[in-house]
Design a protein around this ligand. Sequence first.
Ligand code: AMP
Ligand code: MG
Length: 491
Amino acid sequence: MTFHFPFDNSYARLPDRFFARVAPAVAPAPVLIRVNRGLATALGLDADWLESPEGLEVLSGKRVAEGAEPIAMAYAGHQFGNFVPQLGDGRAILLGEVVDTHGHRKDIQLKGAGRTPFSRGGDGRAVLGPVLREYVVSEAMAALGIATTRALAAVTTGEKVMRDAVLPGAVLTRVASSHIRVGTFQYFAARQDVEGLQTLTRYVIDRHYPDAAVEENPARAFLDSVITAQAKLVASWLLVGFIHGVMNTDNTSVAGETIDYGPCAFMDAYDPATVFSSIDRGGRYAYGNQPQIMQWNLTRLAETLLPLLADEEEAAIELAQEALSSFAAQFEQAYHSGLMRKLGLFTTRDGDMELARDMLSAMTQNQVDFTLFFRRLADAEAPGSPDEPIRALFVDPTVCDALLARWRERIAQEAGEENRRDLMRLVNPAYIPRNHRIEAMIKSAVEEGDFAPFEELLTVLAKPYDDQLEWAHYMDPPQEHERVRATFCGT
Ligand code: AMP
Ligand code: MG
């Protein structure tokens, strides 16, 4: 048999206590939903083979691919602020790693492939709806230019899975720079396993942050690198209106990718207090809280690294605090400069952030759609263009008039940006995976077996910054009766 996945597994070489070896469950009647052919090619895989009956067996867990060393990774984590010393992959199985065509090492993981020693009370399964949501939203995030895990394939297993209702079982093949989480570090710290922490840190530095290895204090350099990556990541979420929904430390990647898409959602009308997740009753993971929560999660990471940062605890705490104190400034730098690009400002002047803040708070008061506002602002830039499309987004359009006047006065102070409109459109998407579209897509697939809306969404969202006028209706915010008020993680 030929090697269809050129596996080169490094995590499975780590000490036994890092994972459990486990075979995927056999799917009784697997059916292919989709292979992400572009991603397959980028990974150096044969997309035709993945779509073949043999490929389907591998993607559904029925057959273990040649060279795979299936494992469930051990990790811990704070869930909604409460520490759980052992979580681990309860329904995900890492098949192994491949090195992609750019030389980057990627995990290939089956999510929903059955029970593992970390399943606790769970059934190890995933159901179709959440698998399709993760597929669409993670691919949309990638197309928006945001660091994220990817979806290589989705299949149904032929199994009936008990949730609130009986639902079709499914498996998502997920690709990630790695599945190492803040919670992975917490797992070893909770066991006071300093050797494990050292091994893990060395591994992560080698895999994700090789520059840290040559620094005087590699653990500190690693912490700094994660802080920088996460500051940028959260800023990129806010700039497109993304709400992760379950920013637990076990869902926070040390590689700085968006990971574990559960009850995630994009905001329609701008409001920092927006929460969709049905399990987030206190609004801990609301849109506007995400930077603070990330800082909290990074603080948990820093705590695990104390024994590695310095011999003396006091010195280690000082180093950790110094590193953590840079998060806010790095986040703000990324967020503010992103906002300025969204506004079409390429130089900095006093009052710019005030203008941006006034716009955002007017958007909240007037229930203005976040995505359409910025997209239409780009269109309003051209001299003589009508203001009506952007005014129409406001409950009180005169508020819009005043803001547009201030904004035009400001951009008039910048010379020669003939291509301002184009530059604005490069950062202000026309298309985001709107919640009502996702819910309708899931309903069609689950209730009618109709995957056309799934395919259509993927087509539209692959080019979020293009006009694609044939898909213009996908730009629309929900009508009142279409509005989705809560999302469920469906685990
Ligand atoms: P999540 O909410 O998906 O981030 O998962 C949190 C923890 O619960 C992880 O340890 C998962 O592996 C585990 N988990 C979630 N769903 C299931 C399931 N259906 N069966 C077993 N474990 C699960
Ligand atoms: Mg998780």
